[in-house]
Design a binder for this molecule. Sequence first.
Ligand SMILES: NC(=O)c1ccc[n+]([C@@H]2O[C@H](COP(=O)([O-])OP(=O)(O)OC[C@H]3O[C@@H](n4cnc5c(N)ncnc54)[C@H](OP(=O)(O)O)[C@@H]3O)[C@@H](O)[C@H]2O)c1
Length: 272
Amino acid sequence: MTELSLLYGTAWKEDRTPALVELALRAGFRAIDTANQRRHYFEEGVGHGLAAAYRAGIVTRDNLFLQTKFTYQRGQDHRLPYDPAATLSVQVAQSMASSLAHLGTDYVDSYVLHGPASNYDWTDADAEVWEAMRRERDAGRTRVLGVSNVSLGHLEQLAASGAELPAYVQNRCYARLGWDRGIRQFCRERNIAYQGFSLLTANQEVVHHPLIARLAASAEATPAQIVFSFARAVGILPLTGTSSAEHMKQDLASRDLALPFEIVQAIESISG
Ligand SMILES: NC(=O)c1ccc[n+]([C@@H]2O[C@H](COP(=O)([O-])OP(=O)(O)OC[C@H]3O[C@@H](n4cnc5c(N)ncnc54)[C@H](OP(=O)(O)O)[C@@H]3O)[C@@H](O)[C@H]2O)c1
């Protein structure tokens, strides 16, 4: 597994998924995010893209970070990766087996609960799924576990239940909510890595802000690169799901863009 600095997200790519995954790996991405949720992701297509990259000698499985997710039935369409009549524990095992088959591997690096069962509480259903995910981890089918689309309340209830904490939290990151400040603090205090998605799409007021335009012009960078670089500076591991070869290069190059502390503070105070 390589050091993580940027995840390539594979949502909403449908038939273009294999080619875009291969293109992303050619461009230099070494971390891939997907989900066994056919409604938004074509996980089998991700596997085809990986296989093409292996054949072309671009990368080996050992040099990749692969992350996928377990999604409750309420987040799926009719194309389920498990028997909906089975218990949640069995659904997790079936979904994982299907993910490994799709991705052509016998382990993933991170296995994420796509979202809790309730928007408000960490429920008994989540506790059962989390325990089943832990068994997958203990059996070696994933290196670590994560949770996504969680509130601070979810995380506090999970912690209070005495269950193991995740290695990753993956959330939509809104500048107007202080870039998910409360959750990022919870994560920092517990050594949980925070992954942020929709950094550009959810924060258009930042992307188009005059300060960002000035910074981009003086650094000979794009506003998107400034946002990704800022995100890393405050401890957010960014995701990008770009379909553009040019944007792939730019997003990867943002890793070389270091922003001074005062600039990071100024960006943080644009909204939220
Ligand atoms: N856990 C969850 O529930 C969840 C939910 C949503 C997403 N995700 C994950 O996060 C990944 C990323 O999703 P996202 O919501 O952040 O959106 P995204 O798919 O990355 O879309 C971002 C938008 O920004 C544009 N963009 C990317 N790089 C750019 C650049 N350098 N300059 C200008 N525009 C750029 C893209 O356009 P171009 O294609 O033209 O570059 C696209 O329109 C997904 O693929 C998925 O893996 C997870």
